[in-house]
Design a protein around this ligand. Structure first.
Ligand SMILES: [Zn+2]
Length: 758
């Protein structure tokens, strides 16, 4: 996650065609050109060389500073045009080079780029921080903000002004000098603690290994044994088998090891990370960070840190988040208890002396149930998911829903494996361009993500066409067979395509209005996953790569049935972590806490968490919230799922999953608007109602499909505003982190599935 934070912190800087004055020292450096004479204005990858970045960054930063200086030193009264708009338009050249560098630093990097990245990213952070702390700039923005009524600002102009003002305020611009100093001291402490927290988790994760002999590995499939053997070899212990606390190593052991003591040893070690009373102990750091965040929130005028964070999100208050989480908690816990009961029938055959079922038994017995009650073989399914079939399926879906078409485009690429398409709108006009880069390579980061080489914007009243990119790490083709995707890879492909559509459909007037709330950002992507495995879509694209037969109905039914398997457990451990996150960030006192007592009191004593399930993360290794961008935001996962499942219901209710009118409404009210309206307003405009969590509960198999009395999410009371680079960076950061987390979990699942296939 940390790596993604660093690499992606600037991924969303808008790149549009620079309006800066043509430089006198024009060289052959493409970043110094005003426009790129390429199809759709894509970056001229064939001409960009490593030595172009440094001068472009330098020039970009100094130009940006000059632009800010020009705004600040103006003798004119501050107006929307000379201040807010000028600031919104500033820094284009910097954004352009940063965007290309940033995206390539993850998709096609090398040692030289990595070395330069570690030099330039901290400098960029400092550059943007200095602007955020520029009192004179804030003073002018404030004057526009305060006279916004007198200046008759409305619509996008008003929203941009308010967002910009709030961005400064949330960073402490209204504080007294004394409080500003306090705040920056807190920020510094927090950032140092956060680094230490991450290093401790890493050290604790790496410190533990479990060595095993062959006879202790009964039950493990060959692939898991081979991986453990490889691990041992890499550590110079070639005669042993070694397991680590990384999930791809640990989960197969938990899932298959007949030797119960092996499962117990590894899981206990996993849970104890950062809580071993040694030099890597995170308890004090957790307590200190909770206190400092509380103090920061108080300084900025909020009751708690959770109030501070959520006030800028769609949820808008911790209460709204709790209402959702508690509402999911109860049925999820009930469902887990049923799952436990089913597992107990098998467990009792193995242990009939009254031994308790423990948390390290869950994966093992869940797998036993899966084999007994389901019987779905991943390998059997993959033959229907050749990459071209899946891609064709997605193109088909986009065409049915939105009337858009995709045509191969001859354009510069950064690697020969990239595919480029032009996207043509339903009125035959060009909409944008799309890069796709599917397979792992040295030099590509793990995971899957979507970014923009050129973000949609307006220049001289004309829409600048967006250039989006999808980067994945799918299974490569083997021999003469095409690449055959796993179920998870298929869903990932649909997911990232949803982000790309969000970029491509954007019709946003100002760059500062491009970003959406963190708990909204996964709606466009996650909704696409609903189509991926629907029977209607499978019949369209799931065709056997050799036999050319459409997937049989029996197999389609099996896929549908497996969807809710073990979802009680999955949901409970996820929501437990989300509750832990909200709990610790809702503290309204600076009293020190004991992390483990605090967790036990909240989850076990108060909410009845059963001993057989641990939260997905415990505080002492909860990197998302202490070393990532998720503090008081781990709920995003489940919040976005409420949105995507409920939004998909609009298609279901129309009686046609490909209903054009519903799709057009989704495009118009949600996908086209960027952050030019609040997420909740966009959602209501599309759905005609508040999001209802019922569809999510049904999809996870937590309640029966029926019309039930469900409390809608509360209406947001205040118009919240967000800030420009921060909002965009935060939204993108959390998205990228989620993609990374998602891939990490996918890797674990894939490890299990590979093992299962044997
Ligand atoms: Zn995503």
């Amino acid at each position: 996650m940390k790596r993604f934070f660093v690499l992606f912190a600037f991924a969303t800087l808008i790149m549009s065609i620079s309006s800066c004055k043509k430089q006198a020292d024009v060289t052959d450096n493409p970043f110094f050109e005003q426009e790129w004479a390429t199809p759709y204005g894509v970056p001229p990858f064939d001409r960009i060389r490593m030595e172009h970045y440094a001068p472009a960054f330098e020039r970009g930063m100094s130009l940006h500073n000059e632009q800010i200086e020009a705004i600040v030193s103006s003798n004119e009264e501050p107006t929307f045009e000379n201040t807010v708009l000028a600031y919104d338009n500033s820094g284009e050249m910097l954004s352009r080079v940063a965007t290309v560098f940033e995206l390539l630093a993850s998709a096609e990097t090398n040692d030289q780029m990595q070395a330069y990245a570690s030099e330039i990213f901290p400098r960029l952070a400092a550059h943007y921080d200095a602007i955020a702390m520029n009192d004179a700039l804030f003073e002018r923005v404030k004057q526009v903000y305060e006279s916004r009524v007198a200046q008759s600002l409305t619509g996008d102009e008003l929203r941009l002004t308010e967002k910009m003002y709030e961005e400064f305020v949330r960073s402490g611009a209204l504080l007294s000098e004394e409080d500003k100093a306090k705040l920056s001291q807190i920020n510094e402490q927090l950032s140092a603690l956060s680094v230490k927290f991450g290093q401790n988790v890493l050290a604790e994760t790496n410190a533990f290994t479990l060595e095993a002999e062959l006879d202790e590995l009964d039950g493990l499939p060959t692939s898991a044994r081979d991986a453990a053997r490889e691990q041992a070899k890499s550590m110079g212990k070639g005669d042993k088998f070694v397991f680590t606390l990384q999930k791809p190593s640990m989960l197969p052991l938990l899932t298959y090891a007949q030797d119960r003591s092996m499962r117990e040893k590894i899981y206990k070690a996993y849970l104890a990370r950062g809580n071993n009373g040694n030099e890597y102990d995170n308890n004090q750091i957790v307590a200190d960070m909770a206190r400092l965040r509380y103090e920061k929130a108080r300084l900025l005028g909020y009751d708690s840190y959770a109030h501070y964070v959520t006030s800028n999100e769609m949820a808008s208050s911790p209460e709204a988040v709790y209402e959702l989480l508690e509402g999911v908690w109860t049925p999820a816990l009930e469902r887990s208890k049923q799952e436990l009961e089913r597992m107990m029938t098998i467990f009792r055959r193995d242990y009939n002396n009254g031994e308790p079922f423990e948390s390290w038994d869950w994966w093992y017995y869940a797998e036993k149930v899966r084999q007994a009650d389901y019987n779905l073989k991943e390998e059997e399914i993959r033959d229907y998911f050749s990459i071209d079939n899946v891609k064709g399926g997605i193109f088909f879906l986009c065409n049915r829903l939105y009337g858009i078409t995709f045509r191969p485009l001859k354009a510069p690429v950064y690697h020969s494996e990239c595919e480029v398409y032009e996207v043509i709108d339903n009125n035959d006009q060009p909409l944008g361009a799309l890069y796709m880069d599917f397979y792992p390579r040295p030099g590509k980061s793990g995971g899957a993500w979507c970014g923009s080489y050129v973000e949609q914007s307006y220049k001289d009243g004309k829409r600048v066409l967006p250039v989006s990119t999808i980067v994945c790490n799918f299974t490569r083709p083997v021999g003469s067979s095409p690449a055959l995707l796993t179920i998870d890879e298929v869903e990932t492909f649909f997911h990232e395509f949803g982000h790309a559509l969000h970029n491509l459909f954007a019709e946003v007037k100002y760059r500062g209005l491009a970003g959406v709330e963190g708990d909204f950002v996964e709606l466009p992507s996650q909704i696409m996953e609903n189509w991926a495995l629907s029977p209607e879509m499978l019949r369209q694209y799931a065709v056997h790569y050799r036999r050319e037969e459409v997937m049989p109905d029996e197999l389609i039914k099996k896929i549908q049935r497996t969807k809710t398997f073990n979802e009680g457990f999955n949901t409970t451990e996820l929501v437990a972590a989300a509750l832990s996150d909200m709990d610790i960030h809702s503290l309204q006192s600076a009293e020190p806490i004991s992390a483990s007592e605090f967790e036990r009191e909240a989850l076990t004593d108060r909410r009845g968490l059963i001993s057989q399930i641990e939260p997905r993360y415990k505080y002492t290794y909860f990197s998302h919230i202490f070393d990532g961008g998720y503090s008081a935001g781990y709920y995003f996962y489940i919040w976005a799922e409420v949105l995507d499942k409920d939004a998909f219901q609009a298609f279901v209710e129309s009686g046609d999953l490909f209903d054009r009118a519903t799709a057009e409404r989704f495009r118009r009210e949600v996908l086209a608007r960027g952050g030019s309206r609040d997420g909740m307003d966009m959602y209501r405009a599309f759905r005609g109602a508040d999001p209802d969590k019922q569809a999510m509960l049904v999809a996870r198999g937590l309640v029966e499909e029926q019309v039930a009395e469900v409390e809608p999410l509360p209406i947001k009371e205040l118009t919240r505003v967000d800030t420009r680079e921060q909002a965009r960076q935060r939204a993108e950061r959390s998205r990228q982190e989620r993609e990374a987390a998602r891939q990490a979990e996918a890797d674990s699942l894939a490890a299990i599935e590979r093992a299962q296939a044997e």
